[in-house]
Write a protein that binds this ligand. Structure first.
Ligand code: AMP
Length: 302
């Protein structure tokens, strides 16, 4: 049945217990159908798998080559932070990863001009993609598109897309971050305020998403599910919308630009972490004392 769980992906939970996102067959099928519209390969192409199975990005990396006749080539553990030799050696055609890996390669001067001629598609998702990184990747992979995808685990991997163009290099995007673009055609994204009302055209709001990739909710957590999988006042149908906690705004070309989180969730090398989860575990260990976790951004390079 279409609404049967096909996998349960655990993500960080602010109360100390991870939340299990229930993804159904229908969700996965819709996601893969959408991706097949964007990525056009003859069977026999080579795709790279860099993310492990506990990260929803891996769902794309495992299933997409499987259903389209590609070869999935797993990046060896020791090359994961700088896979440039791997891409060249294995003649990878489809690269996908969190931007952190590309940033690391750039810092290590491993994105030399035209060094990845075999790449046709380069897909980034999971955290903000900086224009500087997209520009460097574009130069290193001259035969490839550079695409920024966006999506939480709760909407089955990716749900919006922006194709970065050479001319975008000179454009001024919010915080120099590549836009997250527009939702997949069978999805809707709206920006809402605290009362779930759609904000004005130029205002920043929380992204809410509806469509066939919206998951069934959290496993055995009806309250948590009801707090973020909701009906929306702007929608008279019985569609469920997922409230992402991500703040965004529209730019002049109608593409969404990521602004920030509205809560304490952070991304560490692309992985989603609730600060509250670490605090709660620390509180359990140091009985009678309080604990506060403050994320520290290291901008010093490597
Ligand atoms: P996860 O559930 O681990 O896939 O993490 C989802 C979260 O990652 C989103 O709610 C965003 O906060 C962040 N995210 C995903 N893709 C992007 C992107 N392209 N740009 C900025 N943030 C992103």
């Amino acid at each position: 049945p279409a609404d049967e769980n096909v996998y349960i992906m655990f993500t960080s939970g602010s109360t100390g217990t991870p939340k299990g996102v229930q993804v159904t067959r229908k969700n996965l099928q819709s996601f893969l159908n959408n991706m097949m519209e964007f990525i056009d390969f003859e069977p026999g192409y080579i795709s790279a798998q860099v993310h492990d199975l506990s990260f929803d990005f891996s769902v794309f990396q495992v299933f997409f080559p499987m259903i389209t006749g590609g070869t999935n080539c797993v990046v060896p553990e020791e090359e994961k932070f700088c896979p440039s030799d791997f891409i060249i050696r294995e003649e990878i055609n489809l690269w996908s990863s969190v931007p952190t890996i590309a940033e690391m390669m750039n810092k290590l001067s491993a994105l030399e001009a035209a060094s990845f001629p075999s790449l046709k598609y380069s897909i980034f998702c999971g955290e903000p993609l900086h224009q500087k990184t997209a520009d460097a990747w574009m130069l290193a992979a001259p035969n490839s598109t550079v695409e920024n995808y966006y999506g939480p685990t709760e909407t089955t991997v990716f749900v919006s897309r922006y194709v970065y163009m050479e001319t975008d290099s000179a454009r001024k995007f919010h915080n120099n971050i590549v836009p997250i673009g527009k939702p997949f055609t069978d999805h809707q994204m709206v920006l809402i305020d605290e009362e779930n009302k759609v904000v004005g055209k130029k205002e920043v709001g929380e992204i809410a998403i509806s469509g066939s990739q919206v998951a069934k909710g959290y496993l055995n957590e009806p309250e948590k599910t009801q707090s973020v999988f909701v009906y929306m006042p702007c929608d008279s149908s019985d569609s469920i919308w997922y409230k992402t906690g991500d703040l965004a705004k529209y730019n002049e070309s109608g593409n969404l630009e990521y602004v920030s989180r509205k809560d304490n969730q952070i991304k560490f090398a692309g992985r989603r972490i609730e600060i509250g989860e670490i605090e709660s575990i620390l509180r359990g260990k140091i009985k009678g004392e309080d604990a506060v976790v403050v994320p520290h951004r290291d901008d010093s390079g490597i």
